[in-house]
Design a protein around this ligand. Sequence first.
Ligand code: AMP
Length: 300
Amino acid sequence: MSILVVGSVALDTVETPFGDASDVLGGSAAYFSLAASLFTDVKAVAVVGEDFDDSHLELLKSRGVDIKGIKKAPGETFRWHCKYGYDLGDPETLGTYLNVFEKFNPVIPEDYKDADCVFLANIDPEIQLNLLQQVNNPRLIACDTMNYWIQNKPKELREVLNRINILIINDSETRELTGEPRMMKAARAVLDMGPEILIVKRGEYGALMFSKKGIFWAPSYPLDEVIDPTGAGDSFAGGFMGHLVNENYPEMIGIKRSVVNGCVIASFTVEDFSVKRLANLTQAEVGARFSTFMNLSKFD
Ligand code: AMP
């Protein structure tokens, strides 16, 4: 089984009350790929600039990620600068420098086109649609988006929603997309837009899964220390999708197991800056945390 992911590969500068990191590897496709590669083959599509250090690409490759689809373009790599407050909730964006990402027009390598599953990370819905035109009938399509696209490309985003199986977004995006402040009603409204499954990422409160067959909630893993929440959402998506592609979709049990795996992987990501923790994460560590997780909310 394999997953094709298209998204950003970035150099992030992150400030938290507990430390900071400059120009470190980030971006939705980087986090997603490293997370999903713990479970399945990943083929990444992204663009970086001439300033991008090859060691980052080597890292992805060493974790089994196919990086043929990550192109180097003339110019600088996409950069994002953010600052977190003491609650480590939504960060304040101090700068978004699109650079080569501004003209990102992905062309899918021939041997990526038969991927079993596609993840469209948070990018322009027009690019998401363009990508869907290039692949051959994937079994499962999931996507992420953000408030900017909900406000600025509503028509294109609705077209994307019509073509996907799973939408993975956070609470505020769910409310903005539907204009409905109450989560249950908002979730039903999203399911009426096309996706079979909606996953709402809720940071330290875990993740909620909605489908017409039922609802499931997984808490986030209780950690002593959170260093940098950046990439938690994309790592959740990578862990979730990477696991799901090997499950018997749409059986509920497999979807639930995958949600828990998403939460487990995200819990490792936030233990250090950038992809440091994901870069050396082992399947044994993931399995051990999954088992602890099962006991977290079992009570009879
Ligand atoms: P997350 O914390 O999982 O929501 O995602 C954080 C990652 O998204 C960071 O590594 C950023 O480089 C990347 N990112 C931030 N803003 C954007 C944007 N406008 N488009 C694409 N990727 C972004």
